[in-house]
Structures are given as C-alpha cells and as structure tokens.
Design a protein around this ligand. Structure first.
Ligand code: SIN
Length: 492
C-alpha cells in the first residue's frame, strides 16, 4: 500500500495542470495512466485556446459566444468563472515559458474558429497547440511527481461514502493500492465508444464508469460533440482536420462542387459544430462524399503542417485542394458532475477536464474552450485541494464478488450501436434499442456495478467501462425528450 497527498488518474492537460500547481505548493502527487503519458487527447489537439486577450475583445463577449454555442444550457456561473479567469491563467502560463504563435511584430496571433464573434484563438506550432502545451507542462512539472504508466485504475476505493484511494493492476497481474485524501479523475472523454473519432485510441469513458461505480452524480451525458471534419476515405478516418482550416477560408462542398453550408446557417462553414456535423452527416448517410475545399488558403502546408502530414502520410494528394471529410466523435460535454473547483458529489473525489461536467459547455462546446477548461479548472481544482484539510484515511480494497456477464461483445459492436443509435442524429426507437443492447451485458439487475477483477483481464475491464458508459449515455439520451445542440432527435 502506497500513501500520498493526491492521486491523479489521467495524464492530459487537466491532469498536468492540477499536478503542476500541486507540486508548486509542495504536495506529493502520484499520477496514474492506463497507457503512456502521450496517449491523451491533449497532445492531439490541433485547435488552440480561446481567450479574450485582444484589446478589442472582452470576457463577456467570450461568455456570450460560449452560451450561444451551448444552446444556453450552460452553467452560467461556471462559464463566467472560466472566461473571466482565462486571461490571467494564460498570461501566467506564458510567463512560465509557454510560447504561443506570434505576428511579425511579436504580438500574439489570434485565429478564428466556429461560432466565435471574432478571432480569439491562440495557437502554438500552427496546428500543434496541444502537443506544444503538453511539452511545456512536462517541462514545468520536471521530476516533481511520480508518473505510473500502463497502470489502469480498476476502482476508486470508497470508505464511509468518501474517496480514500484507488486500486490498480499492472500488466504482470499485480494489484497496487494507493491511498490519498484526494482522488482526481482526469481521464478525458469517450471518443472510442464510436467508430470514427478524433480521440486517442485509449479514450474509452473510464472516468464516467469509475465515477458511476462510486456513486458520483453524472451530468449531461447525452451531449456528445461530433467534429464535422475528420479526414475520411475508404470507410476509415485518419484524424482531425482542424476547424481553423475553415477559419482560414476552407469551404465544405459536395461532389458537384456546391457549398453545402450555404443557406443552412448564417455563419455558413463556421456555424456551431452540431449544425455543420449534421449537415455533413446527412450527405454521407445518403452515400455522397463531402470535401473540404482548401484552394482559398495560401501556403496551406506552412499554415497547417500537422494536417498536411496526416493527409500525406495517408496517401492524400493535397495538390488537388480537396480533403474528403466526415464527422467523428470529438468531445463529451457530459461527465462526472463537478464544480469549477473539481469537487464532485462524493467527498474526496474530484473530476476535471473532459472527464468532468461543470456545465460550461452546455449542449455543445464552443471551439477551443477545452484546452482552456483543462488549464483554468485544473488550477482551481489544485487551489481547492491546497486550501482543504482532508486527512489520509486507512484504505483497503474489498474485492467485489459480482461476476461479469460473458461473453463480452467486441469493441466494434459497441461502437456500431453507439453510432447508429446514439450518434449525430437520434430517434427514440434507436435510443431504446441501444439501452436494450447494453442491458444484455449487465451483470445483474442493479446496473453495471463493481465486478471481481480476478475474473477479468485489464482489456475486459476496459470493455466493461465502455459498456457502462455507453449504457449511461444511451439512457441519458433517451431521457432528454427535446433536441438541444449535440443531442438531436429526428422525427420518426
Ligand atoms: C479543431 O481544431 O477543430 C478542434 C478544436 C476544438 O475542438 O476546440
């Protein structure tokens, strides 16, 4: 048994933001990740960080855009806290070494992305913002924390209703118990519950499942954002084509060369993501190919080096100026219900970043608000922990006796059901079918409870988390009877 001040589950921007600040205050932190530290969505993020730093911008304008994109279903207080705190957090990050892209006169360069009234998105390395931010956070963290890779968390340990530690299992089959007064869930979203996704292949809704098993309240699970432009051909997707491409003049066209966003929304190609995704999806459902026409963008390869690399390594000839695209699962607005300070409804359990639902994204996240959320609420979470005085309690893992239902489905079956039934366009009948599919795999009538880890491999535990999270999303979707943002119910 190992004791520490804080356990962080995950290794993306939110996890590192919490970790760096805790280490600054002298806390002892252990970070646990089921794969390698690079396996997170943050390192893949091409879009930037939206922040009201321009002289002609202000945080209220950022606030309004966030609410409009979120269909006003946002938690207003949390949203205000995010946009208001953002400028100082970003300035401080710059002071701590972060190098964002600049104009020739050395001022910060701001890009335009969907549903922002003005260009307020800062980038690093062109379309490599996420990677550059993570590299800086690794530098800032230095060797001040213990990072355990390839160590999936099986369960959060709960004693007297409070989180007191976690249990993990390494590839050699050994169990490890970590005790701490604070457990922070920061494993990112749920992208791999769907067949096409911009997410890293390790992102499978683990925090939702872990949170559910310890009785934490979950929120807004039905809101799954699809990004309209994943490089897609031959039925496969090959990664994200950042929205900044449309911000710089890229236009969505059909096989006849017609602009498909014309007449759909006043913001056309820069309409909120749910609107653009549904439009593209309708064409692809009808068997038509949709392209991003990049002919208006000068010096595309310099402006978008990573997008160019993704296209070229996958055999796409960019000289035709046409990138074939389709929507894919991108971001989960729902998650473990948390305050901006990370506190969940379970004492000692915190959630931050995409794993959490603070309500700031409402029904549809505004572009480039997610890295921002990780940085800002990561810091508020750390500050909350620093100023609290929870004590370490003895923690022991009582092995559950519940057996899983076998055989497990293939991952592909789960993904297909999620896309067909709880995807871009939903119907009541389909959402019911998804619930029925998941319930076939429920170990007993009480839901997807803690199972005996001795009877499953780590891969099966991941599948069990996917079944749990898929079931919870399908139920949340079925229970929201009106369309809002990313939750769109078609007439049957
Ligand atoms: C993108 O680059 O299009 C994604 C940015 C984001 O999701 O905020």
């Amino acid at each position: 048994m190992i004791s520490t001040d804080v356990i962080i589950v995950g290794a993306g921007i939110a996890a590192y933001s919490v970790g760096c600040r805790l280490c600054d205050s002298g806390k002892k932190v252990i970070m646990l990740t089921k794969s390698e530290k690079q396996n997170c969505n943050s390192t893949l993020a091409q879009g930037g960080i939206s922040v009201a730093l321009r002289d002609d911008d202000n945080y209220m304008s950022h606030y309004e855009d966030t609410l409009t994109a979120g269909c006003n279903l946002n938690n207003k207080e949390a949203t205000l806290e995010l946009v208001k705190t953002a400028p100082s957090v970003i300035r401080e990050f710059i002071d701590h070494g972060m190098n964002f892209d600049k104009n020739p006169d050395s001022s910060l360069s701001f890009g335009k992305e969907a549903a922002h009234k003005l260009a307020r998105v800062i980038h690093a390395g062109g379309d490599r913002t996420g990677l550059k931010v993570m590299e800086q956070l690794y530098v800032n963290m230095a060797d001040r924390t213990e990072l355990h890779e390839n160590e999936p968390v099986i369960d959060v340990i709960i004693k007297d209703g409070e989180a007191v530690g976690v249990v993990t299992r390494t590839a050699d089959g050994k169990y490890h118990t970590y005790c701490a007064p604070y457990v922070v869930l920061a494993t990112g979203g749920i992208g791999n519950l769907y067949p096409g996704t911009s997410n890293d292949h390790t992102i499978t809704g683990d925090s939702v499942a872990l949170g559910y098993r310890c009785g934490a309240e979950l929120k807004n699970l039905e809101f799954v954002q699809f990004h309209p432009t994943l490089l897609t051909f031959g039925g496969k997707n090959f990664g994200l084509i950042t929205e900044a491409v449309r911000g710089d003049g890229g236009v969505l066209i059909n096989e006849k060369g017609e602009k498909i966003m014309e007449g759909v929304h006043p913001l056309k190609d820069l309409a909120p993501r749910d609107v653009v995704s549904r439009t593209v999806y309708k064409y692809t459902l009808a068997g038509e190919k949709i392209y991003l026409d990049i002919s208006a963008i000068h010096d595309f390869k310099t402006r978008f080096p990573y997008v160019s690399e993704i296209c070229e390594t996958n055999g796409l000839d960019l000289s035709r100026n046409l990138i074939p695209v389709a929507p894919g699962a991108h971001f989960h607005m729902g998650g473990v219900k948390a305050k901006p300070t990370g506190e969940t409804t379970v004492k000692g359990l915190y959630a931050v970043g995409e794993a959490a639902c603070t309500g700031v994204h409402g029904a549809n996240r505004l572009a480039s608000n997610s890295l921002l959320e990780g940085l800002v609420f990561g810091r508020l979470t750390a500050d909350n922990i620093i100023s609290s005085d929870r004590k370490l309690k003895p923690c022991e893992y009582d092995f559950p006796t519940l057996e899983p239902k076998r055989p497990f489905p293939e991952k592909g079956q789960i993904k297909k059901v999620m896309m067909d039934c709880v995807g871009v366009i939903r119907t009541e009948e389909k959402m019911k079918q998804a619930i029925e599919f998941f319930e076939e795999y429920m170990p007993d009538k009480n839901g997807f409870g803690r199972i005996n880890p001795d009877s499953v491999t780590n891969q099966e535990l991941e599948l069990y988390n996917m079944l749990t999270t898929g079931w919870l999303i399908a139920k949340a979707a079925y229970n929201r009877k009106e369309s809002f943002g990313a939750h769109y119910i078609a007439e049957e």
